[in-house]
Design a protein around this ligand. Structure first.
Ligand code: UDP
Length: 478
């Protein structure tokens, strides 16, 4: 009919508008969540920023003007398309260098642009639900205006959602939000086993809680209280008590791990940097011999930290594949590795600016992952059965390490920021890559991987949770 033709055949389906948080670690799971919804019969409109679109297209080497990220998914029969919105900053602005301006813009400029876009573009067919990253500071308010349910998507562990959700308890008890926070164990967050103050996210350890990121977090969690549903990229069996406590608060669904289908190069390109092909080099290395090193897409390390790690890697004698993201130290330090590093490691190391991480982690040559503990990296490492050496830098990474090292025992720590030293790095690499401890870690990571696989399989907890969520949402949107 005419209506269906005008809306491109979308009429009659529930229509999910998925608003992606414009950072790599959010883009990856949110793109795959959008595809999952499309695979379940939703018409999906993915809203992303012009800057992300531009950078992703350039990483692929294509003209942003002609780039359609979801063309392949549509060709495979999924009803998914993309709409762009400005984040309020010029395209050429270096968002990774100026975190405060970037986040300020997400807080102040983006909400109005998204609202304007939804009014203009997504009216036919009307959105029937708004799926947005929990870190946005406006979705519950906007969903109420549109008269649709707000599905809040949390890309970090449930533990961290729970800590932010109960930040008022941390404040009341004096563990946060004062000049001299208490240093003793925190035992009063519902569902959270005893946790030490130094295991809280970096933002909850800061005494001055007035930064733009703090404002984002506080606003976001006010909004999260108004969410109709919360989806979390975790697995019930890994965080049972935390999830049970959150379920008592609101409909909370553990639907992880959300990974590219088949744990292979994604059907939809999501990388913001061009991926170097490492497969030929990896193919030439013995099984389990390579240490993969990456600190993710966002956090910076200091030159000093990088040098200590580099010296430790050299001294360990291990083979390595190191992702040295452009500007990892700062944009005016293009070559932060110590002088002579390339020559000293020739023949046993490869340094690249960016790679397809899931492909690298699933290669048989990779035997360990020195990681900043970004949550996607943690899930990907476990899924690939690779034990971790943890060097968290900021935000959730610090709390994620607790899960990896203390709770699941699938990784070791290589020292805290500022105190990391080459000797310790060398010793830890040797323990993980060749020692008996390495064998134990590999055994443990296999077990956790089995838990993830079972959860994601037909009839598993994450699948059932996703089914329940889709049924409930379809009923409500129908
Ligand atoms: N990633 C990648 N290539 C790289 C480094 C990272 O594809 O060279 C991907 C990685 O697979 C993960 C995401 O980028 O999905 C990073 O997310 P994570 O939560 O680990 O860290 P963040 O970048 O948010 O700190």
């Amino acid at each position: 009919d005419a209506g269906a033709a005008a809306s491109g055949g979308r009429t009659g389906k529930p229509h999910a508008v998925v608003v992606v948080y414009p950072m790599q670690g959010h883009i990856v799971p949110e793109t795959h969540l959008a595809l999952r919804l499309a695979a379940r019969g939703f018409a999906v409109t993915v809203v992303t920023t012009e800057a992300v679109h531009d950078q992703t297209a350039r990483a692929l080497g294509v003209d942003p003007a002609g780039h359609d990220a979801f063309a392949g998914a549509r060709a495979a029969g999924m009803d998914v398309r993309c709409e762009l919105v400005s984040d309020g900053l010029p395209l050429g602005f270096d968002r990774s260098l100026h975190h405060d301006e970037f986040h300020g813009s997400l807080l102040h400029a983006l909400p109005g642009h998204v609202e304007e876009l939804l009014g203009r573009v997504v009216v036919d067919p009307a959105a029937t639900c708004l799926v947005a990253d929990t870190f946005f500071s406006w979705p519950a308010t906007l969903a109420r205006k549109l008269g649709v349910p707000y599905v809040s998507f949390w890309t970090e562990p449930a533990l961290i959602f729970n800590l932010y959700y109960h930040v008022h308890l941390l404040t009341e008890h004096g563990h946060f939000g004062c000049n001299e926070p208490r240093k003793d164990t925190i035992t009063y967050i519902p569902g959270v086993p005893a946790i030490e103050p130094h295991e809280l996210t970096s933002y909850l350890q800061e005494t001055n809680a007035t930064s733009v990121v703090h404002r984002i977090i506080f606003k976001a969690f006010e909004q999260a209280r108004g969410a109709d549903y919360v989806l979390c990229n975790t697995v019930e069996e890994l965080e049972p008590s935390t999830i049970a406590a959150l379920r008592a608060e609101k409909p909370f669904y553990a639907v992880g791990p959300i990974l590219p289908a088949g744990f292979a190069r994604s059907a939809v390109a999501t990388s913001m940097w061009a991926e170097s092909d490492c497969s030929r080099w990896l193919d030439a290395q013995p099984a389990g011999s390579v240490l993969y090193i990456s600190f993710g897409s966002y956090a910076h390390v200091t030159r000093q930290e990088l040098r200590e790690i580099a010296r430790g890697v050299l001294a360990s004698g291990a083979r390595f594949l190191w992702v040295m993201r452009p500007g990892i130290v700062s944009s005016d330090d293009p070559d932060p590795l110590p002088e002579g590093f390339a020559a000293a490691s020739a023949g046993r190391g490869l340094v690249v600016p960016w790679c397809c991480q899931v492909e690298v982690l699933s290669h048989a040559a990779v035997g360990g992952f020195l990681t900043h503990c970004g949550w996607n990296s943690v899930l990907e490492s476990v899924w690939a059965g690779v034990p971790m050496l943890c060097f968290p830098l900021l935000t959730d990474q610090i709390t994620n390490r607790r899960l990896v090292v203390r709770e699941w025992r699938v990784g070791v720590t290589i020292g805290d920021r500022g105190a990391v030293c080459a000797d310790e790095v060398k010793a830890r690499i040797e323990r993980v890559m060749s020692g008996k401890e390495g064998e134990e870690l590999r055994e443990a990571v296999k077990n956790v991987r089995t838990t993830l696989e079972a959860a994601a399989a037909h009839g598993g907890s994450s699948q059932r949770s996703f089914d329940e969520f889709v049924d409930e949402l379809t009923r409500r949107c129908g």
